[in-house]
Design a protein around this ligand. Structure first.
Ligand code: FE
Ligand code: FE
Ligand code: ZN
Length: 278
């Protein structure tokens, strides 16, 4: 079973996203919990969520993935920015409980000159304040390209965060193909080697979502510029290997490529056509 979708605008609510995803051949989707540049979130429309949960059940959909705003930086050097990150994540996680047992992804953050170790410590502190024993959401750390002072460009950094979090059974990882290729993990020439490395350092059981993006830049460029599937330095063949890889079956795949809906529909069809049911 291939769970595949793309990033959608959340401005018209859950049911709208569900129908939109269904209309382009998707069976999951990603959305921002609020404006990606920050700010407050719209109040949850309980009727809309209820209808959407019903729709998911009818369609046999398993996952949706919420993405935290880019401005959320748990390891900023500024206390006020860290405070915003903490309040935003707490609020997002409370909202996530309207759609139980789903996935919430965030960028670990940028340490802005404080050093990776301090960055990791601050991220751990935030997660220890936000995660609660009774929450049903799995919080995903996204693999990053390592541009600027980003934390999470190495699998070891994500491991260190997981190790420091008390309730780390609530944590998983979202693997972004553009980011890790930019970050120096050669999924084009050695996909099995990269997956072995992920398994050794983090554990494949933590891998809960894949962001499938091609890259505008060459291997190890630490740039983070997404390209359409098959039009960048990673290429279509590697994407096909990923969706068909026996170790990656059942993990939902989300496109964050530079596309409007029709472009996403085309990429979803291309990938579905290349998928072999196992
Ligand atoms: Fe992201
Ligand atoms: Fe991503
Ligand atoms: Zn990116």
């Amino acid at each position: 079973m291939l769970y595949i979708g793309c990033h959608l605008s959340a401005s018209k609510g859950y049911m709208h996203m569900g129908k939109e995803a269904d209309g382009i051949g998707a069976n999951t989707f990603q959305f921002f919990t609020r404006n990606p540049r920050g700010g407050s979130a719209k109040a949850i429309d309980e009727e809309d969520v209820k209808a959407f949960l019903e729709f998911m059940k009818e369609k046999n959909w398993k996952y949706i993935l919420a993405h935290a705003p880019y401005t959320l930086n748990a390891c900023s050097a500024k206390e006020e920015t860290r405070d915003f990150a903490l309040r935003t994540m707490k609020d997002d996680l409370a909202r996530m409980e309207y759609t139980p047992n789903q996935l919430y992804n965030f960028h670990p953050g940028s340490h802005v000159g404080q050093g990776t170790e301090t960055g990791i410590e601050l991220i751990i502190n935030q997660l220890n304040e936000c995660l609660t024993p009774d929450m049903t959401t799995t919080v995903l750390l996204e693999t990053m390209s390592g541009k600027g002072s980003e934390v999470g460009g190495r699998f070891e950094e994500l491991r260190a965060i997981i190790d420091g979090v008390k309730l780390n059974e609530k944590l998983g990882v979202c693997l972004d193909t553009c980011h890790i290729y930019d970050g120096g993990y050669d999924i084009v020439n050695d996909l099995d080697g990269v997956l072995d490395e992920f398994d050794r350092v983090i554990g494949l059981d933590r891998l809960r979502a894949i962001h499938m993006n091609d890259s505008k830049n060459p291997f190890e460029s630490h740039k983070d510029r997404h390209e359409k599937i098959g039009e960048g330095s990673i290429g279509f063949d590697t994407m096909v290997k990923i969706i068909n890889h026996p170790k990656l079956q059942g993990i939902p795949v989300f496109l964050e490529t530079p596309n409007e809906l029709d472009g996403y529909a085309k990429e979803i069809k291309m990938l579905r056509d290349a998928y072999k049911e196992q």
